[in-house]
Design a protein around this ligand. Structure first.
Ligand code: XMP
Length: 507
């Protein structure tokens, strides 16, 4: 196993994912992790990630010198490259900013850069540079602006690269990570294929004959988690809460997904949700009401089961690896997602223990596992949908009329995206209903109707996003179909805001 020590780079998780894709298990831990914890993981090698700070800065993350006493190979990337040089007696200076593509010239053969050509495209993003190497080290690669872009100490098996081998723009970056795996002699025995049995055995050993309750949303994480738990126990009770804030056809679709499950319960709580958010306009207030009510409904379901003699002692959750690993700066929405995941402190209150079969996996691995389990691709590649549903897409006050209008407009947009092949090319797409009316003309009549805003974004992880450059003809056909067939709407606009400064959702 290869351990990634995270110094806060936005792309640290990518290193872990690449190592796993190369067949070696990898975990990521914060740079403050204790030596005892690191030793207990028995790593075959350590990678120090990049980070946003400068090694001389006050409060910059430090590196534990005891790592050297483990006697295993170490690779530093960007900040990791600088901190290695710094703590071992080299010199790092500020300035000579380099950002974007660069060309790496190989100065000398080394095991870390083995198999690369003399000149390689690499991705740089740094303000500081190593200008003097510690004793026993030699420069093995340079770029025009960075004399020591890669260094090596073959005897100690310590290496550093100023560029980022984990990003796609470094064309042969994966080869460098693979070289590091060989240097570490790490076993290539990790694959998602082999995981199904292991996870199912683990869940079996944990829950034994006890009951497991799980809230499902139709989203990929809870879907795959529930399929895995179902392979481990017959005593699984799935709950899908219809909060009346779902998209058109959603309840039927979710029923179809879970049609093979014995204990799948749809709780229709739509009227409670709609009446409790009636008259509320402030986005956070809406979210809070919905979150609290969800907990109430779920709690009642657990009580029902217990009253019927079903001993539920576990709460199944679709938590995935990035949900529980603190890395870089979690966004506001990331923490919201987490609160939602933890169903409002319910495990403690209801004395439920957690079972989280996906806790060590990345989203792409979850999807791969889903395919292994025979779940249809159209379910595994659905766009994300927020817990508070359409309540955060009907801006301001939510009413039954507005929800009905939004459902129709949204389904037309999604239908056109699917037909044109753009659904798969976007991270997320949806319609929102603005809380104002505008004037239009239809036939000879003046109209006064709602405005629908279309939002489609491309993103890798929802932390940042760009608006999707959809073809104008596609937008035009969506717009005319909506105005033509959705009563009450006479105008359609397209949102061209990036995140940041915007968010993906409107509220
Ligand atoms: P924002 O709007 O913050 O959203 O850019 C980022 C991603 O998170 C989703 N999202 C949520 N998901 N519960 C969820 O399960 C929520 O309360 C929630 N709020 C936002 C959003 O759809 C996007 O994919």
């Amino acid at each position: 196993m290869i351990l990634i020590i995270d110094f806060g780079s936005q792309v640290s998780h990518l290193i872990t994912r690449r190592i796993r894709q190369l067949g070696v298990f990898s975990e990521i831990v914060p740079c403050t992790t204790s030596m005892a914890a690191i030793k207990s993981m028995k790593p075959d090698g350590i990678i120090l990630s990049g980070g946003p700070r400068s090694v001389y800065e006050k409060g910059a993350p430090d590196m534990n010198r005891e790592l050297f006493s483990l006697g295993i190979p170490i690779l530093g990337i960007c900040y990791g490259h600088q901190i290695l040089a710094h703590v071992l007696g080299g010199k790092v200076v500020s300035g000579s900013r380099e950002y974007g593509l660069g060309r790496l010239s190989i100065l000398k053969s080394s095991s870390i850069l083995e198999g690369l050509s003399g000149s390689e495209q690499v991705w740089m993003s740094h303000g500081d540079s190593v200008i003097e190497l510690p004793e026993g080290f030699e420069a093995v690669g340079s770029t025009a602006d960075c004399k020591i872009a890669a260094f090596a100490n073959e005897k100690e098996r310590i290496y550093g690269v100023q560029f980022h081998p984990e990003v796609q723009h470094t064309v042969n970056g994966t080869r460098i990570l693979d070289n590091f795996i060989s240097i570490c002699n790490a076993k290539k025995d990790y694959s998602v294929k082999g995981l199904v049995k292991r996870i199912v055995d683990e869940v079996k050993a944990t829950v034994k004959d006890d009951g497991v309750i799980m809230a499902v949303s139709g989203g990929v994480d809870s879907l795959v988690a529930s399929f895995l738990i179902a392979k481990a126990t017959k005593n699984l009770h799935l709950v899908f809460v219809d909060n009346g804030l779902l998209r058109k056809g959603e309840v039927d679709e979710v029923r179809e997904i879970f049609s093979g499950f014995e204990n799948f319960n749809v709780v229709d709580a739509s009227s409670s949700f709609i009446s409790r958010i009636g008259g509320v306009t402030e986005p956070e207030a809406k979210r809070k009401i919905i979150g609290n009510l969800f907990v109430e409904v779920f709690e009642r379901k657990v009580e029902d089961l217990r009253e019927n003699g079903i001993n539920v002692s576990y709460l199944g959750q679709g938590t995935i690896y990035p949900d529980r690993i603190e890395s870089a700066q979690p966004s506001k929405s990331a923490s919201l997602i987490k609160t939602h995941h933890n169903v409002g402190g319910l495990p403690e209150r209801m004395k439920l223990r957690l079972v989280e079969p996906l806790r060590d996996l990345y989203k792409d691995e979850v999807r791969e596992l889903g395919i292994e389990l025979g779940i249809g691709k159209r379910f595994l590649f659905r766009h994300p949908f927020p817990g508070p549903g359409l309540a955060v897409r009907v801006l301001g006050e939510v009413t039954g009329e507005k929800l009905a209008i939004l459902r129709e407009a949204d389904s037309i947009f999604i239908d056109e995206l699917k037909k044109s092949g753009f659904y798969e090319k976007t991270w997320q797409a949806f319609a929102a209903l603005l809380p104002v009316k505008s004037v239009g003309v239809m036939g000879d009549e003046r109209t006064y109707g709602y405005i629908i805003a279309l939002r489609a974004v491309v993103s890798a992880d929802a932390m940042t996003a760009d608006w999707a450059k959809l073809p104008l003809e596609l937008l035009e056909s969506v717009s005319s179909r909506i105005v033509r067939s959705v009563k009450g709407v006479n105008r359609v606009v397209y949102d061209i805001t990036q995140k940041p400064p915007g968010t993906i959702e409107f509220e």
